[in-house]
Design a binder for this molecule. Structure first.
Ligand SMILES: NCc1[nH]cc(CCC(=O)O)c1CC(=O)O
Length: 308
């Protein structure tokens, strides 16, 4: 039993808080009577302060993590809860992703008052999204659709849909579910049409590598399958030099000791797509992810993302 409270660092957004609360609840449930007292520490990040332009222009990954990682390194917090999707592939020295919670559904959700699915939207419809991956995948399926930059929380996006500013928007099913907002979803987009972002649907915990006490606290809430899948996806992203600024999709699934990996790189206008599918034993997960990344990098050529 620890005597001082464990401090969980998180951003202050509704989704970040929901994820921090889920982590706290899982730690408490796993440790029962031996569970420590847990404090939630809200940390404002550079990304939270930038509301007026697309994050892809403001510098991409790391914008939501820097201040939180500083707090970890300074020992102002013991662990940080993140959406795995938002985590850079390279972390500061001394820190690591030391636990993954069981992954939620990885699909993207389609939200629209005008149509039941993306394919049924009228010709020339306007879809709001600032994710370059979603933008590229939409253009690939529906070149006639206009994609406009669209940020902000779920409420403000729904308002824009209601006001007719856009005809539809796309959000991660996992995030909506965690917010208790699954009822706003019009339909879920099947994986064959729309590959998720690396890490989508997974919550990860970052902590100091040498902090054994925190590692022991996290061990019983860690999900090994999610960690393996995320390891492959992140190895893939690392090879491609991926960030929020690059339209890259990747998804690993595990069945009976085998892993299936599917990865994709796209041009934002949907005009060029390279896709790879590989299967292999789970023990080779990282090697498979890296290899897929190297192959797509080779296929795309050195200037593939030069248009960004
Ligand atoms: N980049 C923002 C972000 N980071 C994680 C999620 C959703 C939850 C998840 O994918 O795990 C979202 C919002 C969205 O894409 O709709």
């Amino acid at each position: 039993m620890q005597t001082k409270p464990v401090r969980i660092g998180t951003r202050g957004s509704a989704l970040a808080l929901a994820q921090a609360h889920e982590t706290r609840d899982r730690i408490q449930a796993a440790h029962g009577d031996a569970a420590p007292e847990i404090e939630i520490v809200v940390i404002k990040t550079t990304g939270d302060a930038i509301l007026d332009r697309p994050l892809s222009e403001a510098g991409g990954k790391g914008l939501f993590t820097k201040e939180i990682e500083e707090a970890l390194l300074d020992k102002r917090i013991d662990l940080a809860v993140h959406s795995a999707k938002d985590m850079p592939t390279v972390l500061p020295d001394g820190l690591a992703l030391t636990a993954f919670l069981p992954r939620e559904d990885v699909r993207d959700a389609f939200i629209s008052p005008k149509a039941t699915t993306l394919m049924e939207l009228p010709e020339g419809a306007v879809v709001g999204s600032s994710s370059l991956r979603r933008q590229s995948l939409i253009k690939r399926l529906r070149p006639d659709i206009e994609v406009v930059t669209f940020r902000g929380n779920v409420q403000s996006r729904l308002k824009k849909l209601e006001d007719g500013v856009v005809d539809a928007t796309l959000l991660a099913n996992a995030g909506l579910r965690r917010l208790g907002m699954a009822h706003v979803i019009t339909s879920l987009i099947e994986l064959e049409d729309f590959l998720p972002a690396v890490g989508q649907g997974a919550i990860t915990i970052e902590s100091r590598i040498e902090d054994q006490e925190t590692l022991a606290l996290l061990a019983p809430i860690h999900d090994a399958d999610t960690a393996v899948a995320l390891g492959a996806e992140r190895a893939f992203l690392y090879e491609l030099d991926g960030s929020c600024r690059t339209p890259i999709a990747g998804h690993a699934t595990l069945v009976d000791g085998m892993m299936s990996f599917k990865g994709m790189i796209l041009k934002t206008d949907g005009s060029e797509v390279h896709e790879i599918v590989r299967e292999g034993p789970v023990v080779d997960a990282l090697a498979i992810g890296s290899e897929c990344g190297r192959i797509l990098k080779e296929r795309g050529g050195p200037d593939f993302f030069a248009h960004l």
